[in-house]
Structures are given as structure tokens and as C-alpha cells.
Ligand binder design. Sequence first.
Ligand code: UDX
Length: 447
Amino acid sequence: MAPKITVIGTGYLGATHAAAMAELGFEVLGLDVVPEKIEMLQRGEVPMYEPGLEELLRKHVAGIEGASGRLRFTMDWAEVAEFGDVHFVCVNTPQKHGEYACDMSYVDSAVESLAKHLAKPCLVVGKSTVPVGSAARLAARILELAPAGAAAELAWNPEFLREGLAVQDTLHPDRIVVGVGSEHAEKLLREVYATPIAEGSPFVVTDFPTAELVKTSANSFLATKISFINAMAEVCEAAGGDVVKLAEALGHDDRIGKKFLRAGIGFGGGCLPKDIRAFMARAGELGADQALTFLREIDSINMRRRGQMVEMAREALGGGSFLGKRVAVLGATFKPDSDDVRDSPALNVAGQIHLQGGQVTVYDPKGMANARRLFPTLGYAETALDAVRGADVVLHLTEWREFRELDPAELASVTTTPTILDGRNALDPSAWRAAGWTYRAMGRPAA
Ligand code: UDX
């Protein structure tokens, strides 16, 4: 019989994983400790914007007309322990307040709450991004707490999904990495991932620390690529070069590759920034801090780009103070196709200008509610056109398709000064210039 699956934590990762497991044909029980989230999910609603996720949930959540009924949700740990053969732990590991280290309290508490009820043989599978060494520690904790003793095993299976592409990444992963302590655990995970494996996803079997490190090193590599091209943007700005052309030329070398070389205001979100910081903190604890000192530079290049965008805006407004200047900001989320504003470079830039006296009006296709909650003092508009109306300068800070499809001529007619600064190098400079705009982008010559 197919193993029964539980998913603990129903955020971006957990909700997507639960729906994807149901889609693959498993019986799935999801758990969260927040009642409102469970109520929403039971109605087939998703607490965040993630393309395709709501459709997938509605296809499987029990009680919804026409659904397979393979996916249910609960808040009851005992029910989860009784139901599952494989328990996926998908809770988040945010950055600790005022520290680089990550906060493991949600993972620790989830594993402990579950372990106390584990009375039958099962596999607990960690998916959260954790400091290396956590899996071994959690395995010992399960052994200590679980009534089933050694029959309740642990495995580590990091998740590489990207927000905005979470469904696709979960159903068709680039690779599946599992850190296991036994052949039985490997066999069970091969069974769970049989479909993607059959469709060609490589299955990498390793030990606990290596599995944990694959995730943190992958995110560090991606962050490094982005900060590398942003460092080149700084040099281009000083030397009069064009970072977009440079990236294009670099990308033709397939040892370098084209992806993740888009220069701009840098990376944000709930993963890359906090993961590189937590990695540095952990390396320090292990006495290996020297190995990762370069990540400190990656982080500071990244943060510097936000400041550079503020300076570009100041310069576009004639230098000096932002007082009395109207600044339109297109984009609030940390990336397109998401409503996530965690550590968003766009909102950081908007916030800095606002604090310096600028009159900022933000528009974002999906991130308005979250942005309003986080930055209630900024101005907001319901459309891009309304945000731009009367603006002295327009900042393009998140590369939504909607912004690429705007009509520059229509927008030019409602601004006071048609000047646009492209913080993502994603707009077509010739189209904007042809419509009368002064177009400037990060790391590119003025015209
Ligand atoms: C990332 C990893 O890609 C994913 O594998 C991991 O599981 C979680 O962290 P995500 O946070 O969804 O995913 O976003 P990602 O697409 O990686 O983008 C991160 C940030 O980098 C965004 O702010 C994006 O705008 C920025 N970015 C990306 C650039 O500035 N330039 C690029 O070339 C690519």
C-alpha cells in the first residue's frame, strides 16, 4: 500500500508540498497551528498568492465538490501521528531578531510535538532550511521522545522551490536530495518520489550534513551570482560600461550560464538574505567562519544596491533633498508572481525615500495588502497609472510582466517629468525613450 503522507506547516513550502503529494496520488493530511490557515485551506483557499496552487488545492481538498478528497487538514498532532507513514516537516526558519543565526524554535517545537505521539514505525522528513547539524540533533530528540523508539526514523530532504514557481518546482524538481540514515528510509523516499524520478529528476542520496549543506550552499551560490553581477554593475557605472551587455556576453560561456545574472537592486525575500547570514553564523559556531567570509561581502554588495537606487533617484531629481518630491514606485514584492514582501528591496528603497521626506506612491499587482501592513505610512495607488500620476520620477523596482506591458506614452502624459529609473533592467529602454522618457538603468550608460 502507498505510504500515507502528512505535511507539518502550511506556508509556501508546506501548502505546496501537501497539494503536490495529493496530485501525485497520495493520501495527505496537513497540519498547522494557526486555526485561520486551516479554515482557509479547508475551503480550498491559499493564504498567499502562488500561481496554480489554489487550483491544485481545489482539485484535492476533501469536501470540495469534484475534488479527489485525498487532501485534508487538521490541528491535531495525535491524528497526524496516527495517520502518517511519512511526515514532512515544512515549518519556517526565519532570521533571529538582531542576529545572523536562524530561529529554529518552530522546527524544534514541531518535531517535539509530533515525536511525543509517534507510536508506530514512520519516517519524519525535514524539508526546512536549517543550520548543518540540526538533523542529527533532531534525530536524537525523536529517539528520546517517540514511544516507537528507533522505529520512528528521521531523514533530511531539502526543498529548492522558488516562489512564483512553487507548484512547477515541486512536481518537477531539478533534483531530489535525501540525507538518510538507513536503506529503509531511502526506499521509502524513492517510493514517495517515484513519479518525478521516473520523469527524470536525479535522486541524490547522502548523509545528514551533506543534505543540509546542499540547500545552504545552493542559496549561497545563487546569492553570489547575483552580487557578482551587481559588483560588475558598480564597475560599469564607474567605467561607463553596460552590465546588461556584459551579462549577455558572460552567459554565452556555458560554464558561467545566463541565469541569475540580472543586475539591479539585488536579492530579497524570505530565503537568500537570511540563509546566507544563517550559514555564516553556523560556520562561525563550527570554527569554519573563514571559509564563508566572502558571504559577508555578498550581503553588503546586495544591500549597497538598494542605497545606490536611492542615490540614482536623488540625482534624477536634481540632487539634494527628497522633500516635496513625488516618487512613484512600481513594485513592492521581492520578485514578480508572488505577494511576498519579506525583505523586499523595492519596499526598502521606497521606505528610505519616504524617510528622507519624499512623497512615495507604491503600486504592485499582488503585494499591496502585505505592503500596506508592513509599511502603513507609504502612499499607495490602485493602478500603475495612478501611482505615476503627477510623479517627478518613476522607479521600476519589481519586474512584473504588467510593467513591461505598460504603454510608456500614456504614462508619460500623466507625469510631471517623464523620468524612469529601471532597478531591474527589465524594461525596453528604446520603447520608453521613444515615448519621450528619460530612461536610466542600474549599471548602464545614461543614453
Ligand atoms: C530562492 C532559491 O532560488 C530557491 O531555490 C530556494 O528554494 C529559495 O530561495 P526565491 O526566494 O523564491 O528562491 O527567489 P529567487 O527566484 O531565487 O530570487 C531571489 C531574489 O533574487 C529576488 O529578489 C530576485 O529579484 C533576485 N534576483 C534573481 C536578482 O536580483 N537577479 C537575478 O538574476 C535573479
